[in-house]
Design a protein around this ligand. Structure first.
Ligand SMILES: Cc1cc2nc3c(=O)[nH]c(=O)nc-3n(C[C@H](O)[C@H](O)[C@H](O)COP(=O)(O)OP(=O)(O)OC[C@H]3O[C@@H](n4cnc5c(N)ncnc54)[C@H](O)[C@@H]3O)c2cc1C
Length: 276
C-alpha cells in the first residue's frame, strides 16, 4: 500500500497508524533496494505531495532552508542557491542524469548516506543542519553528527528529515565541486572533492575547507591539507604539498568502480583542479 499525505500533520497521522511504514521521496534508492528485498506486504508513505517539503526559502539570517523532498533538478535551477551556494548546485548537477535528477531528492540522498553521495561533501563544508520531525517533536542536528557511517544515520523510526538549513556562506568566494567517475554522466563517484576558499584580492588563501567523497566510509576532511594552504597563495606547488597529505589521510576501498590506489591518487589530484 502506498499512501500520499498532503500535509505534515497527515503524514504523522499515517506514521502513527502504520508504525512499520517506509518513507519514499523520489524512490530512486528505495525502489532499487526493494527489488532485492523479500517480497511481502509493506506500507510506503510518499513524501512527494507534502508541499512544505518542497520549499526553498531564504532565512532571516541570509541563510537558506531547503525542503527535504526538493529534487536535484530544482536545486540546480534555483537562482538563490546558485548565487549563494554554487558548491551545492555544482554537486547537484553531477547526480545521475537529467531523468534521475528530476526524481532524486536531497533528503533521500542524505538518508541513504552512501559514501559516494554527491550532496554530502558540499553539505559538510556548508555546515548544514538538518531539521528532523516526528509525531512527537522536532530536533535539529549537524549533518556530520547525523551520518554515523556508510548507510547509517541517527534517524529514528517514524522520523523524517523535514528541512536542510544552510547558514550564510557569502565569505567563501571560491566554491568548487569536482567529481571523477568511470564516465562523464550517470556515474557514481570514484572520488569527489568539495572545496571552499576565502581568497584575498591578491589570491592568498585566508581560509580553506575541503571534503572528499568515496575515499572513506563517509565524507572525509583533512585539516592538515587545509592548514598547509592557509596564508599561502593558491598555486600549484602548495596544492601538491596539500595533495600529499590528503593521499595519506584517505582510507579508500577497492570495488568494482576503482582500486583503492587509484582513488587515493585521484583524491590528491582533484586539489590541483583549483588552479586548472
Ligand atoms: C541510475 C541512478 C544513478 C544515480 N546516480 C547518483 C549519483 O551520481 N550521485 C548520487 O549521489 N546518487 C546517485 N544515485 C542515487 C540516488 O538517486 C540518490 O541517493 C537520491 O538522492 C535518493 O533520493 P530519493 O528521493 O530518490 O530517495 P528515495 O529512494 O525515495 O529514499 C531513499 C531512502 O531515504 C528515505 N527517505 C527519503 N526521504 C526522506 C526524508 N525526507 N526523511 C526520512 N527518510 C527519507 C527513504 O525511506 C529511503 O530509505 C543514483 C541512482 C540511480 C538509480
Amino acid at each position: 500500500m502506498v499512501l500520499f499525505p498532503t500535509t505534515i500533520d497527515d503524514l504523522f497521522e499515517q506514521t502513527q497508524r502504520y508504525s512499520n511504514a517506509q518513507f519514499m521521496a523520489g524512490g530512486t534508492d528505495l525502489l532499487v533496494s526493494l527489488r532485492h528485498a523479500p517480497q511481502h506486504e509493506r506500507t510506503i508513505i510518499g513524501l512527494e505531495r507534502v508541499d512544505e517539503l518542497h520549499r526553498i526559502e531564504e532565512q532571516p539570517d541570509n541563510g537558506v532552508s531547503i525542503g527535504a523532498a526538493v529534487t536535484f533538478s530544482s536545486i540546480t535551477g534555483n537562482r538563490l542557491l546558485k548565487a549563494r551556494y554554487p558548491l551545492l548546485t555544482q554537486a547537484a548537477a553531477t547526480v545521475g542524469g537529467p531523468a534521475i535528477r528530476t526524481m532524486a531528492s536531497i533528503g533521500g540522498n542524505i538518508v541513504t548516506a552512501s559514501p559516494a553521495a554527491d550532496s554530502l561533501p558540499a553539505l559538510y563544508l556548508l555546515d548544514a543542519r538538518l531539521e528532523l520531525r516526528s509525531a512527537t517533536g522536532n530536533r535539529t542536528v549537524a549533518i556530520d553528527e547525523f551520518i554515523l557511517g556508510p548507510r547509517r544515520t541517527m534517524l529514528q523510526p517514524g522520523e523524517i528529515i523535514s528541512r536542510i538549513i544552510l547558514p550564510p556562506a557569502v565569505a567563501w568566494n571560491l566554491q568548487l565541486f569536482e567529481k571523477v567517475g568511470r564516465r562523464k554522466s550517470l556515474a557514481i563517484a570514484v572520488a569527489s572533492l568539495a572545496a571552499m576558499l576565502r581568497l584575498a584580492d591578491d589570491g592568498t588563501a585566508l581560509e580553506a575547507r575541503f571534503a572528499w567523497g568515496s575515499v572513506g566510509p563517509t565524507v572525509l576532511r583533512c585539516p592538515a591539507a587545509e592548514a598547509v594552504l592557509t596564508g599561502q597563495p593558491l598555486q600549484e606547488a602548495v596544492l601538491h604539498e596539500a595533495a600529499a597529505l590528503v593521499r595519506e589521510a584517505v582510507s579508500p576501498i577497492d570495488d568494482i568502480r576503482a582500486s583503492a590506489d587509484y582513488r587515493r591518487s585521484v583524491a590528491g589530484n582533484l586539489l590541483l583542479r583549483l588552479v586548472n
